[in-house]
Design a protein around this ligand. Structure first.
Ligand code: KG4
Ligand code: ZN
Length: 334
């Protein structure tokens, strides 16, 4: 069975085909990053317009030699995300499903991230713990079974990716800042600055990032000659503080739930320093840590097609709009 996945929740226009037997048959992602970089963040109206302009070519590119007539169902992201951007994907998906007379499935974007490593690592079995860290979300999810997700911890303020982006701005690095901080941190000393790790000792799995970001701001304001080497030290120390916080919370989550598989997903999961630090305690905790392939850490349609392929075929066609700007993982049932 071939599922066509469509993702337009933020600044990536992405389409992919997932075959239940052969895996990914085709995929294409157009990133609007360069356009938004000029504004230091995603501009929702520009994002919607660009999805409109690019989506047909992205479909053609994703199809390659596959025929659209061989597609069995359409799965699209209906939330959470930017409403205007989501509506473009939904309208396109509804059009295709009507024209081809095939089922249409609405998919939760976060569920796509949660499941993404299972595309490559079929040995991952639910239940597992997922640390979902992106520009908009930072949460620890107990994935009990398909559709049954408990958020057992989350950031009380900024998302981890957002903190990377804000600190990058303080260091005059381009948007999105995560990859730039990671690169600059390679030249720096992670112990140069002792930044706070807010809520690291709290007796729950929640965390806070805004205090850390503010501590970086005050440090930057105090330094008179913020040269490249000081910036590198700040980047490395910040990255270390975030990683320490995430590691402590995941260790605690594993202890509390006794899960054996840990998945790190979302844009921040691309960070190699974070990946290495998590790998270090695999043996001592007798767990296995999985990451999606780098190209599936950020927003992509393969994960949406993959989740779509796991869903039961809807009984009746629907043209009702399902888009939701806010759609928590523990509210999947309608
Ligand atoms: O999942 P994603 O592509 O989009 C959503 O937010 O849904 O995540 C983007 C976020 C941005 O904040 C970006 O700075 C961060 O992921 N990011 C990274 C890295 N690559 C992307 N953060 C730290 N290290 C990276 N290598
Ligand atoms: Zn995402």
């Amino acid at each position: 069975m071939k599922t066509l996945g469509i993702e337009t929740s933020c600044d990536e226009t992405a389409i992919a085909i997932y075959d239940s037997e052969d895996g990914i048959m085709g995929e294409s992602t157009y990133s609007q990053m360069e356009m938004h970089a000029e504004y230091g963040g995603v501009v929702p109206e520009l994002a919607s317009r660009d999805h409109c302009l690019k989506i047909v070519n992205v479909l053609k590119d994703a199809l390659g030699n596959n025929s659209i007539d061989d597609i069995d169902r359409i799965a699209y992201t209906s939330g959470p995300g930017l409403l205007g951007a989501l509506l473009i994907g939904e309208s396109f998906a509804q059009g295709l499903s009507t024209a081809l007379d095939i089922p249409l499935l609405s998919i939760n974007h976060l569920e796509g991230h949660l499941m993404s490593p299972m595309m490559e690592f079929p040995e991952i079995k639910m239940p597992f713990i997922c640390l979902l860290v992106s520009g908009g979300h930072s949460m620890i999810v107990d994935v009990k079974e398909k559709g049954n997700y408990e958020i057992i911890g989350q950031s009380q303020d900024d998302a981890v990716g957002e903190a990377f982006d804000k600190v990058a701005k303080l260091l005059d690095l381009p948007y999105p800042g995560g990859p730039h901080i990671e690169k600059l941190a390679l030249e720096g000393n992670p112990n140069a600055y002792d930044f706070p790790r807010p809520m690291i000792h709290s007796n729950n799995l929640d965390m806070s990032l805004s205090g850390l970001k503010t501590a970086v701001l005050y440090t930057v304001q105090k330094i008179k000659d913020l040269d490249q080497s000081k910036k590198a030290d700040i980047a490395a120390s910040f990255q270390k503080a975030v990683t320490d916080l995430l590691v402590v919370k995941i260790k605690k989550a594993v202890e509390e739930t006794n899960r054996k598989d840990v998945i790190i997903a979302g844009g921040v999961a691309a960070n190699k320093f974070i990946r290495n630090e998590f790998k270090k305690f695999e043996d001592s905790l007798d767990i296995k840590v999985y990451y999606p392939d780098l190209k599936y850490c950020g927003d992509n349609a393969a994960m949406i097609a993959f989740v779509g392929s796991m869903m039961i075929t809807p009984k009746e066609p629907t043209i009702k709009s399902k888009v939701r700007a806010r759609w928590p993982l523990n509210e999947l049932k309608e």
